[in-house]
Design a protein around this ligand. Structure first.
Ligand code: SF4
Ligand code: SF4
Length: 102
């Protein structure tokens, strides 16, 4: 059995940020800088932090989050072969000023 992880179908993601507080491992975060052509910084899955718990799956109103399975033998697994990762913004998820309280 391979390792489960989560991916985002970019064309289905509205950037609503609802999924961010649903990840206990801070694996869902917005990019630090907005790429050309985007109105808002898109959310990405930080592969190095995603443990495949699937807690986030049901939090997306547009079903943009989906499970992917990575074979343990795969050399493409980002957990087995960590490389360069894009910079993401730190999001305060809890407390009076946290995203989950709005
Ligand atoms: S599968 Fe778990 S660890 Fe991965 S992004 Fe979703 S909630 Fe976070
Ligand atoms: S909840 Fe879904 S649509 Fe909203 S930012 Fe997350 S992946 Fe994108």
């Amino acid at each position: 059995m391979g390792q489960a992880m989560v991916a985002i179908t970019a064309e289905d993601c509205t950037g609503c940020d609802l999924c961010i507080p649903h990840c206990p491992f801070e694996a869902l975060l917005p990019l630090l800088q907005c790429p050309p052509g985007f109105k808002k910084r898109p959310i990405i899955v930080r592969d190095e932090a995603c443990v495949g718990c699937l807690s986030c799956i049901g939090s997306c109103p547009t079903d943009a989050l989906h499970e992917i399975v990575i074979p343990l033998s795969s050399k493409q697994s980002p957990l087995l072969n960590p490389g360069e990762h894009p910079s993401t913004e730190i999001v305060i998820r809890w407390g009076p000023e946290g995203i989950s309280s709005v």
